[in-house]
Design a protein around this ligand. Structure first.
Ligand code: SF4
Length: 378
């Protein structure tokens, strides 16, 4: 029986985001590492590899699927209430000690990370998304940049079926991958995990490519929302949050910033869980920096008005939330404030369509769309 590595290495096709170098080496452009990869070796992410001078990339499977409210991704300024059919593959270019999706993201790095993949076609995945009532299909759970070719194929089929598309990403991109994705991705969420390069190096990345990606996404016209998981003692100093939020304002004060609560997970169990007071302190720093839309997440009902959207001009309540549940929707049909007419940045439907769910739901996996690729020992 095949082991997980065999499965990952067999379900591939030649990638599109690379260049050939001398001596059968290649350079991959799918993420900010831009790995030069010798023949017979994988890149840092472990799931893209060089075979005889060509780069092979993951294809034809998912590590998991789930139906989420779009508020969970989180997008608060894009189609409120929509169902986001979410799929992941396997692997990541970072190795965050507090990863909440480590079972899929740390495949082939951590022997405990075993998630049996499901074989599926782009058309099968889109059919499942439609059957579950989704409006948006999302590449998430592992780092979608490292599986961009597969996501683009799924999104091509999704567009033809009238679905919107999204990445939930660590933002460690390159100009090449952003231009590659631009025709196929509507909504893009970036985890801005810190504003300290030393911290990013602990997680396996660098700050600069992530800042460049956020600037690039905004310039290329993706709808962008940013999340910072606030980890006490790791990224929550006043100075760091001031610099982080001033950077976001320099890109655009209209970018929604979600500051969310950490809880002990995976290998990071020392810091205390984030309190509502910590979130409110961070939100106040972002507001002072000039951000117009700030949200506090993961502690429903404990953060006062920081779950709602207000008009930045007249303070009118526009969207009221409790966790992922929309409890009030007052935007006009063209996405403006009903009180003063200010246009609220985002992607809005003409009216609120209701919610299929306000919590994650596991979809039924139809045998006609999926088949299990079972690794040994799982
Ligand atoms: S996706 Fe990133 S980590 Fe993986 S091979 Fe390409 S450049 Fe390296």
């Amino acid at each position: 029986m095949a082991n997980l590595r065999d499965i990952v290495y067999e379900n591939v096709r030649e990638g599109e985001l690379y260049e050939e170098l001398d001596d059968k080496r290649v350079r991959c452009f799918a993420c900010g590492h831009c790995c030069p990869i010798p023949d017979g070796r994988p890149g840092v992410c472990q799931v893209r590899f060089n075979r005889a001078g060509k780069l092979y990339v993951p294809w034809g499977y998912v590590g998991g699927v789930q139906c989420d409210p779009i508020e969970k991704k989180p997008f608060f300024h894009a189609y409120p209430g929509a169902l986001a059919y979410s799929f992941g593959m396997l692997g990541c270019d970072l190795h965050c000690a507090y990863c909440q999706n480590w079972v899929t993201s740390q495949t082939l790095r951590d022997s405990a990370a075993v998630s049996p993949p499901l074989k599926v076609t782009p058309e099968g995945l889109v059919r499942e998304a439609l059957d579950n009532g989704a409006k948006v299909i999302v590449s998430t759970y592992n780092e979608p940049l490292i599986t961009s070719e597969w996501a683009a194929a799924v999104f091509r089929a999704a567009r033809e079926a009238g679905l919107l598309t999204s990445f939930v990403s660590n933002g460690n991109g390159t100009p090449q991958v952003l231009n590659y994705l631009r025709p196929w991705v509507d909504l893009y969420k970036v985890d801005l995990k810190s504003f300290d390069d030393r911290r990013y190096r602990q997680l396996g990345g660098r700050l600069e490519p992530i800042c460049d990606t956020i600037r690039g996404l905004d310039q290329l016209g993706f709808w962008v929302e940013i999340v910072t998981l606030l980890v006490p003692g790791f990224n929550d100093s006043e100075d760091e949050l001031k610099r982080l939020t001033e950077f976001l304002v320099s890109v655009s004060p209209n970018i929604p910033w979600h500051v969310t609560a950490f809880h002990k997970d995976y290998k990071m169990t020392d810091p205390e869980n984030t309190s509502a007071r910590d979130l409110m302190r961070a939100a106040a720093i972002g507001k002072k920096a000039g951000l117009r839309f700030i949200y506090a997440g993961n502690l429903p009902g404990q953060v006062g008005e920081l779950e709602n959207t207000y008009c930045p001009n007249c303070d009118e309540l526009l969207i009221e939330r409790y966790g992922y549940l929309i409890t009030g929707y007052y935007l006009t049909s063209n996405g403006s404030c009903p009180s003063c007419g200010t246009t609220i940045p985002g992607r809005w439907d003409p009216s609120f369509q209701g919610q299929i769910t306000d919590h994650p739901v596991r979809p039924r996996l139809r045998q006609s769309s999926f088949s299990l690729l079972v690794p040994e020992g799982s």
